[in-house]
Design a protein around this ligand. Structure first.
Ligand code: IPE
Ligand code: IPE
Ligand code: MG
Length: 239
């Protein structure tokens, strides 16, 4: 299937809203956590597939600021799955030359999760292949708000003048300013909304919505999304 993709029109930055774990489990008569567990397997599969296809940055929405309102047991399980995933997948990341990155209000994560995360980021920091960017405790509005606060502080301390503030200033104060803007945004499970994901970075992204639930989303589905992306004409406001 890879051969159908045009290599020179690959999206550099693919972002995925991995949604539908709970519904996948419910449809099978299973508890929600079984859906999350199956979802983690797709994280591995889609990450490897993306690296093999030559994607430069893969951002995955794993836990939103709004997800903190879920029952404590579900949050606990998600954090446990994340820690297990980081531990188990380090060899895969090394093998595929993947550099791990994370964005969000990470200080809200349990300490053990923060520690695992920082360790894995550190251990993969010399890798030069695809960047796997996990959005954790992440909200697009929170990110822009945090950027505003950082900018205000610099103005207050006399390190920045108000008339110097432009789009580049805001971009430079986002969580991961080094990452390019999103080219292709994928959301699974049939929901047609952004749910507060990378509001700034998605300004000119191509959107791809699929009814496939995240635990059913396979490499073939990713390739289908990229093929659709390659058939689109991007104008960026020009003619
Ligand atoms: C996505 O699946 C995973 C997270 C938000 C952590 P959901 O848990 O939202 O699954 P649905 O939407 O209830 O099916
Ligand atoms: C978005 O999914 C967040 C993640 C995939 C981590 P949600 O399931 O939380 O979003 P809503 O509530 O359907 O908008
Ligand atoms: Mg959901």
């Amino acid at each position: 299937m890879k051969n159908h993709l045009s290599q020179h029109k690959l999206p550099k930055h693919v972002a995925i809203i991995m949604d539908g774990n709970g519904r996948w489990a419910t449809l099978k008569g299973l508890p929600r956590w079984e859906g999350h567990r199956e979802g983690v397997k797709r994280v591995k599969e889609i990450t490897e597939a993306s690296a093999e296809l030559g994607i430069e940055v893969l951002s995955l929405y794993a836990f939103s600021t709004e997800n903190w309102s879920r029952p404590p047991e579900e949050i606990e399980l998600l954090m446990m799955l994340l820690e297990e995933y980081l531990e188990r997948e380090l060899p895969t990341m090394m093998e595929h030359n993947i550099r791990l990155s994370a964005m969000g209000r990470l200080f809200r994560l349990p300490e053990s999760t923060q520690k695992k995360l920082q360790e894995t980021i550190e251990k993969t920091s010399k890798n030069t292949g695809m960047i796997l960017n996990l959005a954790l405790s992440y909200g697009g509005q929170a990110e822009i708000t945090d950027a505003c606060a950082k900018i205000a502080k610099e103005v207050k301390e006399g390190r920045l003048r108000i008339d110097e503030i432009d789009e580049n200033t805001v971009k430079a104060h986002l969580y991961r300013p080094e990452l390019p803007e999103v080219d292709l945004l994928i959301r699974t499970s049939g929901e047609i909304r952004l749910s507060n994901f990378m509001l700034w970075q998605n300004a000119y992204a191509e959107f791809y919505f699929t009814p496939v639930l995240w635990p059913d989303f396979r490499k073939g589905d990713l390739i289908k999304a990229i093929l659709e992306y390659q058939s689109r004409e991007r104008r960026f406001g020009g003619v």
